[in-house]
Design a binder for this molecule. Structure first.
Ligand SMILES: [Mg+2]
Length: 219
């Protein structure tokens, strides 16, 4: 059976949320008011991100440099090893993120892993224009989606006959996790899985995920 490893980016590949860092730096504290609305379920994740990312007025070069040099951007240990492990096993690796495409790409490029065979990235499409940025979530069918971005790609992979292994950290990861065969969870996602008794393997770094994958019978 074909296997796909779907990985969240912010708070999963990176230890802290890169988009929060960008928003703190380029929008200021006002964006956290919208975060409260999203966290309390008043607005969907797509609408929330579209709104607050649209408030960032710096240009691409400035923000990319900040992300690549900030001490707040740390990669969870074992990421490269996990990618190598998955490639050797012939697993498809799909990073699906509610974050912005430009910084995910820049970080993966700086790690020397962007463009490796078998790795696909789906995140918010961001178009820079003088004085701002337009953000859109484009689903697997090419249409814009406001909610359910991550699980839309999970559903697409399932439809293509993949068995899904899901790795994530946040509230929005519970929806794709529910559709996965195996779940590796940390932080908020771990709490959500435990609350609804969804089987998962806790992790702190990707070396633990590799060990966990070795314990699965994936033929
Ligand atoms: Mg996350």
């Amino acid at each position: 059976m074909k296997t796909a490893v779907q990985i969240d980016f912010d708070g999963t590949v990176t230890i802290d949320d890169v988009s929060f860092l960008l928003l703190d730096t380029y929008v200021g504290s006002v964006w956290r008011e919208y975060l409260k609305e999203y966290s309390s379920g008043k607005i969907p994740v797509g609408a929330f991100n579209k709104k607050v990312f649209g408030m960032m007025k710096a240009d691409k070069k400035t923000m990319t440099e900040m992300v690549l040099t900030s001490e707040r951007v740390k990669i969870r240990p074992g990421f490269r090893e996990l990618l190598e492990y998955c490639i050797n096993k012939g697993f498809k690796i799909v990073i699906v993120s509610n974050g912005l495409h430009f910084y995910i790409e820049a970080i993966l490029k700086s790690l020397g892993v962007k463009g490796i065979k078998g790795l696909e990235i789906y995140a918010a499409k961001n178009d820079f224009y003088p004085g701002g940025m337009k953000v859109a979530y484009i689903g697997p069918d090419g249409a814009e989606v406001e909610a359910g971005f991550k699980e839309a790609y999970t559903a697409m992979l399932l439809k293509k006959g993949y068995r899904i292994i899901y790795l994530g950290n946040g509230d929005s990861d519970i929806y794709p996790a529910r559709q996965a065969k195996y779940v590796f969870a940390t932080d908020q996602l771990l709490k959500r899985c435990q609350a609804e008794k969804l089987d998962c393997v806790p992790f702190n770094d990707f070396f633990e995920v590799i060990k966990g994958l070795e314990n699965l019978s994936l033929d």
